[in-house]
Design a protein around this ligand. Structure first.
Ligand SMILES: [Zn+2]
Ligand SMILES: [Zn+2]
Length: 346
């Protein structure tokens, strides 16, 4: 079969590799029908994630059809359509028992990281009963790809951890796919204002069509003043960081109101300065983390019912074997006006 293989920093190749096999009775082999590329894959390709070794097949998002099931798999059979979660979980260890699936003793984020991933014609999913979700008949399968990672991440780590409540003012720093996922799912709670901040004019315009009430171009240089102006001088109840660099975390610290929450979703490669000398007296909560995907079923219902417009996040389509072109487009997201790209297997 063909797969997108990481060949060390800066090097990737769409090439022939051995087809995955069932290793444990709890495994399932999925034939991929739709997959995508994540910002995390670009981090891996830069060499930012040293745990990813040469020869690894990338990708941790996708939907497909069950091709083969291990002897102990109870919930799936050959031919079933399934959504693949970016988090693998056994469902029975101590952390799984408290829904901390991201820290499963025999799972967590391993797909396209510690084991071969979904940017391939076939993928082996361990602990399939707990790590796959059945796809309802008639579902928009492309839209469901947004449920593998970005929608649960934006919702759980941004909106839920940030405790967005009706009437709140929310600032989302970063209008990439994850920031947009937070923007879409924050609206479940009817905040009074959702202010999107970014340096990309196109993304800010798009965010207005996704429900942002206000947008601020950070490149103008007075973002803090603009947030304060929009919030009667007090700042926002919830500041969601969806970039992962010191400057954007700083912006959240400077714009959060007393009693507010800073929810960090961004993947940081460098330490940030924590202004505890300003924040302690303002009763600020700070949260951060890796998605648990314990809201996947709930989000799937909101996509199915049309309450959550997941397909809006898809801007480009490619054939799976044209994945190198898809990486070029996704890697130049600003120029290409790209959010999520869908790769479709033939
Ligand atoms: Zn991802
Ligand atoms: Zn577990």
């Amino acid at each position: 079969m063909k797969a997108l293989v990481y060949n060390g920093p800066g090097k990737k190749e769409w090439k022939e590799v051995p087809q995955p096999k069932i290793n444990k009775p709890t495994d399932v082999i999925v034939k991929i029908t739709n997959t995508t590329i994540c910002g995390t894959d670009l981090h891996i390709l830069k060499g930012d994630v040293p745990a990813v070794t040469q020869g690894r097949v990338l990708g941790h998002e996708g939907v497909g059809v069950v091709d083969e099931v291990g002897a102990a798999v109870k919930n799936f059979k050959k031919g079933d359509k399934v959504l693949i979660s970016c988090i693998t979980s056994c469902g029975s260890c101590k952390n799984c028992k408290r829904q901390l699936y991201s820290h499963c003793d025999d799972g967590g984020w391993i797909l396209g990281h510690l084991i071969d991933g979904t940017q391939a014609e076939y993928v082996c999913i361990p602990h399939a009963d707990n790590s796959l979700y059945p796809i309802p008949d008639g579902a928009d399968e492309e839209a469901l790809v947004m449920l593998s990672d970005i929608l649960p991440t934006g919702f759980e780590i941004g909106v839920l951890a940030g405790r967005v409540k009706p009437g709140d003012t929310v600032a989302i720093v970063g209008a990439g796919p994850i920031g947009m996922a937070s923007l879409l799912t924050a609206q479940f709670y009817s905040p009074s204002k959702i202010i999107m901040l970014d340096t990309d004019v196109n993304r800010l315009e798009v965010s207005k069509t996704f429900g942002a009430t206000d947008v601020i171009n950070v490149a103008d240089g007075n973002a803090i003043e603009q947030v304060l102006k929009l919030t009667d001088g007090i700042g926002v109840d919830v500041a969601i960081e969806a970039v992962g660099i010191p400057a954007t975390f700083e912006l959240c610290q400077k714009t959060v109101a007393a009693g507010g929450n800073i929810a960090n979703v961004g993947v940081h490669g460098k330490s940030v300065e924590l202004h505890i000398e300003e924040l302690w007296i303002k009763n600020i909560n700070i949260s951060m983390g890796l998605v648990n995907t314990n809201t996947t079923s709930l989000l799937m219902k909101t996509v199915q019912s049309g309450k959550l417009g997941a397909s809006k996040l898809i801007t480009h389509h490619f054939a799976l074997d044209d994945i190198i072109s898809a990486y070029d487009v996704f890697g130049n997201a600003a120029k290409e006006k790209a959010l999520k790209v869908i790769l479709k297997a033939s």
